[in-house]
Ligand binder design. Structure first.
Ligand code: CMP
Length: 143
């Protein structure tokens, strides 16, 4: 898709807290490396149990994170998902479904590690959010 390195994605990356420590040049590289993917409302983006091969940054729309068919989070523009399976190379921990038409910037695991492994500030933010997610209570069946 021609839009991947475009100024809209680049501008968007500039406003994402996760990437605030990156230089303009590093953000440009990310925008050019990542692939834009669009999902219709109701489409599955990530399936629990699948092998994780990508990291997703929501560009617009809304992605619903579900465990046992219960919503545990709704992620909007500037938020991310798919980091867990990349960190531990284990299956996806949740289903992620587009709640409305949703566009994401997707980085493959090697692009993700290539771009971020030397960026301690980004890794710290990622890990902070990941720990927050891991601490989040799992919804019970009666909810
Ligand atoms: P991963 O396990 O790779 O794929 C599913 C993703 O859902 C997971 O990475 C996280 O990015 C996201 N996720 C899992 N649990 C939560 C949660 N409690 N809050 C927000 N996002 C979550």
């Amino acid at each position: 898709m021609p839009g991947s390195g475009d100024s809209t994605v680049l501008r968007m990356l500039g406003s994402v807290p996760l990437f605030s420590s990156l230089s303009e040049r590093q953000r440009k590289t990310l925008a050019e490396t990542g692939k834009e993917r669009s999902y219709a409302a109701g489409a599955s983006i990530v399936k629990r149990g699948d092998k994780g091969v990508g990291f997703y940054l929501v560009l617009d729309g809304k992605a619903d994170v579900r465990k046992d068919n219960k919503s545990v989070a709704a992620l909007g523009p500037g938020q991310f998902f798919g980091e867990m399976a990349l960190f531990d190379e284990q299956p996806r921990t949740a289903d992620v479904v587009a709640e409305i038409p949703t566009r994401c910037l997707v980085l493959s695991s090697w692009e993700f590690w290539g771009a971020l492994s030397k960026e301690p500030e980004v890794l710290r933010s990622l890990m902070q959010e990941m720990v927050r997610r891991l601490r989040a209570p799992v919804p019970t069946l009666s909810e």
